[in-house]
Design a protein around this ligand. Structure first.
Ligand code: PLP
Length: 362
């Protein structure tokens, strides 16, 4: 089989060395004679592995002592419910910044559990260019319980690079598609969450990083498996955690540390994104309409000017081993997800194909 590069937005490709290691120890992990997925989450050997994974993530993101790291079920959307259930008491409201489809969905779900103030920051300019309101101009509510935003909109290909200053109101970020892609100052956040299947591991696992003082005020109706305090007090093992996904996430964390950590991968991610955006911008055959400072480095959307060629583009891309480039159905066009596991060779192969396709279809 010739080399394949998978640009899927999620579940996304995993680092090849991680997959090889997982395969090697699939049926006999750590000399137990069992697969890691066949072991009790209460066994000493599993607990040791789980704790190491957490320690490695803390190390990678420089997570301070006064933050809990939770390994949860339910994906990003599970957190759309869990965040208001845990952090939005009756009588208060929360600010929801909307810049794309995931933040919009998060706000819609939160409305089921409390008062939500939706702040749309998307601006469409006359020439069709998409831009955002800068964070210092957001009309935030000073007595909000928290401010929720999505720094990287996976579907729309939009990224907010600056960390908004919320003047003491806890900042909650859906980092599902950007966690570990570049360095962030965790102390600026009250809570960070991320579904694993973009930049961490397989689906089924969700990471929550939460400042301790925000625990313990959950709404009465909060299901126990969504209660952050219950989860924290039980080291994320109140019920059976997604044990195999946790193990694979641990392997990804180890891999990332071995290749130089978040700082090193951020450099590579920058180079990958520049390579593709330069190819799009230097051609009048392809286009991207997002103002350059808000372009995502993880999920790069682009359109063929002649959309009647879309199908042909996708078919021929697959023949070249370039998979899953179709844009989300709500946006159309193409999308290339360049998560940490995507090597720069994959981006180069995509750029080469795009140039070849353009020549053949002018
Ligand atoms: C993928 C994604 C989600 C949804 O994740 P699920 O695990 O499918 O619930 C939420 N937010 C963002 C930013 C995402 O990229």
């Amino acid at each position: 089989m010739s080399e394949v590069f998978n640009f899927c937005a999620g579940p996304a490709m995993l680092p090849t060395p991680v997959m090889a290691k997982a395969q090697k120890e699939f049926i006999d992990w750590s000399n137990t004679g069992c697969s890691v997925m066949e072991l009790s989450h209460r066994s000493a050997i599993y607990i040791e592995m789980a704790a190491q994974a957490e320690a490695d993530l803390r190390d990678l993101m420089a997570i301070p002592e006064n933050y809990k790291v939770l390994f949860c079920h339910g994906g990003g959307r599970g957190q759309f419910s869990a965040v208001p259930l845990n952090l939005l008491p009756e009588g208060k409201s929360a600010d929801y910044i909307v810049d794309g489809s995931w933040s919009k969905a998060a706000a819609a779900e939160a409305k089921n559990f409390g008062n939500v103030n939706v702040i749309s920051i998307r601006e469409e300019h006359g020439d069709g260019e998409v831009s955002l309101t800068p964070s210092d101009k957001w009309p935030l509510n000073s007595d909000a319980a928290y401010v929720h935003y999505c720094p990287n909109e996976t579907v729309d290909g939009i990224e907010i690079n600056e960390i908004p200053d919320t003047h003491g109101v806890p900042l909650v970020a859906d980092m599902s598609s950007t966690i570990l892609s570049h360095e962030v100052d965790v102390t600026k956040f009250g809570l960070i969450y991320a579904g694993a299947q973009k930049n961490i591991g397989p689906s089924g696992l969700t990471i929550v990083i939460v400042r301790e003082d925000l625990l313990g005020n959950a709404q009465k109706a909060t299901p126990c498996i969504m209660n952050y305090k219950t989860t924290a007090d039980n080291d994320s093992m109140y019920n059976t955690p997604p044990t195999y996904a946790w193990y694979l996430a641990g392997l990804v964390f180890q891999w990332l540390k071995e290749i130089g950590g978040v700082k090193a991968i951020a450099k590579l991610n920058q180079a990958k994104a520049e390579l593709l955006y330069n190819a799009i911008d230097s051609s009048d055959f392809y286009q991207n309409n997002i103002e350059s400072q808000y372009r995502s480095k993880m999920n790069i959307t682009f359109w063929l000017k002649d959309e009647s060629l879309n199908k042909q583009f996708l078919t021929q891309a697959e023949e070249h081993g370039l998979m899953a480039l179709k844009g989300h159905r709500s946006v159309g066009g193409m999308r290339a997800s360049l998560y940490n596991a995507m090597p720069i060779e994959g981006v180069q192969a995509l750029v080469n194909f795009m140039q070849k396709f353009e020549k053949g279809n002018r």
